[in-house]
Design a protein around this ligand. Sequence first.
Ligand code: SF4
Length: 75
Amino acid sequence: MTAGAGPGRVLLRVDTGACCRSGACSLVAPDLFDQGDDGKVVLRTPHPPDDLLEAAEEAADYCPVSAIQLETLPE
Ligand code: SF4
């Protein structure tokens, strides 16, 4: 078991310029992503908690324009 991967270890970023308003991310991970009035992605938090990391990765995979990036920060 891995201990203590606390909030803040992974940085989540979205490229709103690239976002094509598909809405896939907010369907896959509604706790992390929303859509603004213009349909573009709105990031709820740049630091997904551990229990939402899988959903964040799934959303990145589903994004048709690769506008979602996850970066693992150094310890
Ligand atoms: S999945 Fe990608 S293109 Fe679709 S709303 Fe989310 S960021 Fe935008």
